[in-house]
Ligand binder design. Sequence first.
Ligand SMILES: NC(=O)c1ccc[n+]([C@@H]2O[C@H](COP(=O)([O-])OP(=O)(O)OC[C@H]3O[C@@H](n4cnc5c(N)ncnc54)[C@H](OP(=O)(O)O)[C@@H]3O)[C@@H](O)[C@H]2O)c1
Length: 286
Amino acid sequence: MILITGATGRTGGAAAKELARRGIPVRALVRNEAKAAPLAAAGVELVIGDANEPTALQTALRGVSKVAVIFPNGEQQLALEKRVVDVAVESGVQHILKISSMESLPDARNATHRVHWDAEEYIRASGKPWTMVRPSFYMQNFFSNAATIKAEGKFYYPFGERGAAALSDSRDAGFFAAHCLATTGHENKSYDITSGDQLNFHEIAAVFTQELGRKIEYVPQDPADYRAYLGKFIKSQWHLDSVCGIFAEIAAGYVVETTDTFAAVTGRAPTSLAEFIRQHRQVFTP
Ligand SMILES: NC(=O)c1ccc[n+]([C@@H]2O[C@H](COP(=O)([O-])OP(=O)(O)OC[C@H]3O[C@@H](n4cnc5c(N)ncnc54)[C@H](OP(=O)(O)O)[C@@H]3O)[C@@H](O)[C@H]2O)c1
């Protein structure tokens, strides 16, 4: 049995469904049973509970051989991931996979990147075989720009004129994680995964223009104004500071390189930005 956490989310959902599709026994620890209905329909066993509750974690990890640690960014992420690792080790789990991020490096200063790196180190120190899956900037982040792309043909970020990103699709990240859990040879490996697209945000707008058949423009924003706008949605100061810090790094020109690891390991090409937009055309079309 393989346990997937974060399975009502983007990466975990894709991982759990792919394991079920391969006929591999898979369980998900979910907080919201209604939200998890598509997982149950796909054949994923559900344990209802919060990863903060020790008894829910113990129940979810009973009889589990491998676990995928997948949690959203936030101040509580490191403590939560450490708790899952501790209970996994106590429960006799033999392989721990974590969704991390490519920007998470030993000298990372941004709080979100540090959390990922520190969680990776905690897993490596557990003594259990591990796999780190480290995607780059998710294309799914553009769903948060869908309203203005639809209404105005514009999207807004504080990335200046030259900010760029190596893009990856969260469905590919989930698929990749499932592949590593379903096949052998991934023990103690760290995989940086991206699509082939490393683009600045004007170039990203040009791909939207080409695929949607109408002009889409990236409009750089003043960082302080954007922080004030984001503050309406992100209530945690820790999280707001971290997101704005990541955005400032992108604006200053920090960008990771693309890798061919996804295709090399899975034998399948990663989703390109053009494909992602085509597949979600209705989300971006008025
Ligand atoms: N966004 C990017 O560009 C990017 C790039 C690279 C890596 N990543 C990494 O990818 C990871 C996963 O991101 P995602 O976008 O797939 O996340 P997501 O869609 O926000 O999903 C988060 C999942 O965690 C679950 N969860 C949160 N707290 C929980 C708790 N206490 N107990 C049980 N379940 C809990 C959520 O459940 P509910 O449905 O109940 O809320 C949801 O299923 C993150 O760590 C992120 O750093 C993201």
